[in-house]
Design a protein around this ligand. Structure first.
Ligand code: FAD
Length: 303
């Protein structure tokens, strides 16, 4: 595929061979063959159509806070919606575009007295990524507040879905198979100062137990039913284990941190070793939570 496959009106927003590492919180990974910065629904639709007609893989990039990009990067098109970040609060609802940061969304809801999303405080990334991953934690998950989502479905058609029509699961949703454009979230009326105080409290809790100042992608593995992956990893004696520049955090067993120059291959190998150790020690097979570009099977990773 050459640049000519993109409609002329968006060609100026297409970057070639662009390093993806700086666009991820792990700071790991090779370049994207093409990266498109969409500024409108039309840009998104044109990019999706170009990929479909050239039969090229499409990857949608949010804040890169749950992503492991391979060392060789990705062949195909990476679509960023960062420039699409408008937000408008009305009553107990907020209308927000996919590229808006989740932090900005929480702040806006708190200021507007919209309670609920305050429980998502401290989760990095964008609204689009949060909906694709059903981001959340102890206090809330984003699916709790979804009223409606507009997306380009896997067939490239624009659709508006109500909450009940979306397959949300634990740290997963069917929305990651398309492109989320915007959403309407609904919370409950609450006093702004209380929401701000609760969000601060949640952030404080996270800072105490998670290595926020280091390069990571948050929790690497999903929690098994009723358990904590971090605790299992700790019990299996994996805290502090390292492969090259990748290390299981000493602060939180489910975080792998990049100590400066880790490669994706090293993270994968460390994830494989941790998976095997936990399986041997506790008989639990951990499943990755982080998304891998291109898709990889951790256990098939060569040692
Ligand atoms: C320090 C730290 C703490 C974290 N804490 C938490 C936590 O408490 N709870 C939690 O759930 N997660 C947590 N995470 C993980 C991460 O922040 C979330 O999963 C986040 O929602 C990912 O959003 P993103 O925009 O960064 O998505 P990305 O990492 O860019 O992408 C993740 C997936 O979403 C897809 N995607 C992104 N945008 C769109 C879109 N517009 N349409 C369709 N698909 C899209 C991507 O294609 C990819 O499959 C943490 C991460 C870090 C680094």
């Amino acid at each position: 595929m050459s640049l000519l496959a993109f409609p002329s009106r968006i060609r100026a927003r297409v970057l070639c061979d662009l390093p993806l590492a700086p666009l991820t919180t792990w700071r790991i990974g090779g370049p994207a063959q093409y990266l498109v910065h969409a500024t409108s629904l039309r840009d998104v639709a044109d990019t999706v159509a170009a990929c479909r007609s050239a039969n090229l893989p499409l990857y949608v990039l949010g804040g890169g806070s749950n992503l492991l990009v391979g060392d060789d990067g990705v062949t195909g098109v990476v679509l960023s919606l960062h420039a699409m970040k408008k937000m408008q609060a009305f009553g107990n609802k907020v209308h927000v575009e996919a590229g808006a940061s989740l932090g900005a969304l929480v702040t806006r809801c708190n200021q507007a007295g919209i309670g609920g999303p305050h429980g998502l405080a401290g989760i990095p990334g964008t609204l689009g990524g949060a909906l694709a991953m059903n981001a959340g934690g102890r206090y809330a998950e984003i699916a709790d507040f979804v009223e409606r989502v507009v997306w380009l479905n896997p067939q490239g058609e624009l659709e508006s879905l109500y909450r009940e029509e979306i397959a949300f699961g634990y740290r997963r949703s069917g929305l990651r198979f398309g492109v989320v454009i915007e959403a309407v979230l609904a919370g409950h009326r609450a006093r702004p100062e209380e929401l701000v105080a609760k969000s601060r409290e949640i952030m404080k809790e996270k800072l105490a137990v998670q290595p926020y100042q280091e390069f990571s992608a948050g929790c690497c593995f999903q929690n098994p039913m009723g358990g904590s992956a971090g605790r299992l990893i700790e019990l299996a004696g994996c805290k502090g284990m390292s492969v090259g520049g990748a290390q299981v955090s000493e602060k939180h067993g489910n975080f792998i941190v990049n100590r400066g120059n880790a490669r994706a291959q090293e993270v994968l190998e460390l994830m494989r070793q941790v998976t095997l150790r936990v399986q041997q020690a506790q008989g639990v097979l951990l499943k990755p939570e982080v998304q891998m570009w291109p898709a990889r099977d951790v256990l098939a990773n060569a040692a």
